[in-house]
Design a protein around this ligand. Sequence first.
Ligand code: IP8
Length: 256
Amino acid sequence: MILIKLGGSVITDKKEYKRFRKDVVSRLCREIKDSGKEVIIVHGAGSFGHVIAKQYELQKGRIRNDQTEGIAKVASDTRELNNLIVSELTNAGIPSVAVPTGSCFLMDDGKLLMNDVEILQRYMKIGIAPVMMGDILVDRKKEFGICSGDEIMRCLASVFSPEKIIFVSDVDGLYDRDPKTTKNAKLIMDVNEDVLNKIPDEMTVADVTGGVRSKMRTMLSMCSDGRECILVNGTVDGRLRSLLLGEEVVCTKAKK
Ligand code: IP8
């Protein structure tokens, strides 16, 4: 089984509230289908989650009264995105079902706790790809919190031991400097702790859950037993398909 995260930057236009990138998502779903691999899909929230979450500071847990309406808005918007993704997967010929993140996880003081993954296992047994997403969750101490899709990936990787873990984004991989603002930024093909520590601090992001560097940290924590954890650009036609088929592509591989 291959664990795939479709990042918010590739499935939505992050600059515009609730702008779904239908063409890109539908192509990526076809590429997954073409590979013939068994997958679990996790997706990010992009502009369906981060804009409102930031506005109401939901990542901080309960700090003011009007946050309750923010929770409802984010929950509704992310479910809308979730439905769009499941539709595209189904249209591509991948039978899939949305599994609400809150049915398997809850939070405790910002830490993600895995409740029960039996639902996921049972769907996979009958040939259905479960689809989860970064979401707003209840938190035992902070009342609520934002759970990133990356954290879900980390938890699922520890339970399911996937053969490969893939993060699909809108960049070719990790750069030594921000490629969006620096001309001569160099792509780093292989990343370990030492390499990561030399990269300048968090690059500018509009996310409440961090950017490429924190993603790489999560990725590194997931590559035990020689497992590959890869960041790949999903805006380039065919790259995800090639990667799934085991071909060499432009990407960044996290290695312990
Ligand atoms: O896009 C964040 O998930 P991510 C979830 O995977 C929300 O970081 C609701 C902002």
